[in-house]
Design a binder for this molecule. Structure first.
Ligand SMILES: Nc1ncnc2c1ncn2[C@@H]1O[C@H](COP(=O)(O)OP(=O)(O)O)[C@@H](O)[C@H]1O
Ligand SMILES: [Mg+2]
Length: 329
């Protein structure tokens, strides 16, 4: 099956005011499968919006190729635009139109009939708490209201490919849930493919099929969260609480080959980074038994997406996978 989106060796070089060149996107390649939810995560200034702007035909690349449903977007940019919806990072609403007009004009531009566009516009305005302001001009809207209207507009025509560039920044938690309710409905019913950038790690953790960790113009890793877990030093963390930690207990654990590192949190609790979590759990329980202390709590947690993200974006080259957990502590 042809991927819905193919990005090959995509590059963007900006010329700064002093005439020097800045490579914002440094030859990245990836494909999106139809119907997947894909998160593109990276620090501020990494080039995420620049990547989205090129894919959505708003900015011309310095090199590389972009195909939507197998067709190079340069061959027919208007057709490419018909297939996509965008919540851009900047406010690109039409300030000279009312909220309702912004949605209805957008829907009709993308081929909806007047009645259908009006019905969907009213329903989205209701969901995003904007009904009372439907006839107000967008130029009077607060940042949060404009953001909600941008989201409603992007999903108005039920696009095949939806780009969400930090859609939930500055959005109340209740509206975040409404956004995700709509996005997941489009994803299920219309097979809409979603390309998300966000600073809230719980969103990709909850909703993404695949994640790319992107930094300084390059993709550092791409895959499911499970696959990315394999790239960081430990996939699991064990939290142990005893009534008291006997002397020498930490050293026993530290010397065990199933355990990579032990950190004492306080007089009663330890954080343990295992080499092999099943073996480590058994050894910990045995050791607790031998020392005749009371086990108050033991908990095994998966490394969170946040841990993976920090490990892959903060680690300096060459320090990766060097056997220490320095970046996790
Ligand atoms: N139009 C532009 N002209 C010059 N530099 C730009 C322009 N747009 C973005 N940049 C620079 O490109 C880099 C990436 O920006 P951006 O794509 O907005 O990052 P992100 O969305 O990941 O925060 C930044 O250093 C930014 O200053
Ligand atoms: Mg951005």
């Amino acid at each position: 099956m042809v991927p819905i989106l193919e990005v090959q060796s995509l590059k963007k070089i900006f010329t700064k005011a002093d005439g020097s060149a800045h490579t914002a996107v440094d030859g990245i390649s990836f494909d999106l499968r139809a119907g997947e939810i894909f998160s593109f995560l990276g620090p501020n200034g990494a080039g995420k919006s620049t990547t989205i702007n090129m894919i959505t035909t708003q900015l011309s690349p310095s090199g590389g190729m972009i195909k939507i449903e197998g067709q190079d977007i340069r061959e027919n940019p208007a057709l490419a635009r018909q297939k996509i919806g965008i919540v851009a990072q900047h406010n690109n609403l039409d300030r000279g139109l009312t909220a309702l007009e912004n949605l209805v004009f957008h829907g009709k531009y993308f081929g909806m009939g007047t009645a259908e566009a009006e019905e969907r516009a009213h329903s989205l305005l209701e969901d995003f708490g904007l009904s009372d302001w439907k006839d107000d001009y967008v130029k009077s809207f607060s940042g949060g209201m404009a953001q909600r209207l941008k989201i409603a507009r992007a999903i108005m025509h039920r696009p095949k490919l939806l780009f969400l560039d930090e859609p939930t920044t500055g959005l109340d938690p209740a509206y975040r849930e409404i956004l995700w309710k709509h996005v997941l409905t489009l994803n299920k019913k219309n097979h809409t493919t979603v390309f998300l950038t966000t600073h809230y790690m719980e969103e990709p953790q909850r909703f993404s099929d695949r994640v790319a960790i992107y930094n300084a113009g390059k993709i550092k890793a791409i895959g499911t969260i499970e696959e990315l877990r394999e790239l960081v030093p430990t996939a699991n963390i064990i939290y142990l609480t005893l009534d008291q930690i006997p002397s020498g207990f930490e050293q026993f654990l530290q010397n065990d080959s199933a355990i990579r590192q032990v950190v004492k949190n306080d007089q009663k609790s330890l954080t343990i980074y295992p080499e092999d979590h099943k073996q480590a759990l058994n050894k910990i329980i045995n050791l607790v038994d031998k020392h005749n202390v009371t086990l108050e709590n033991i908990q095994l947690s998966s490394t969170s997406l946040e841990d993976i993200y920090i490990s892959l974006t903060d680690n300096k080259e060459g320090e990766k996978n060097n056997g220490t957990n320095a970046n996790i502590n």
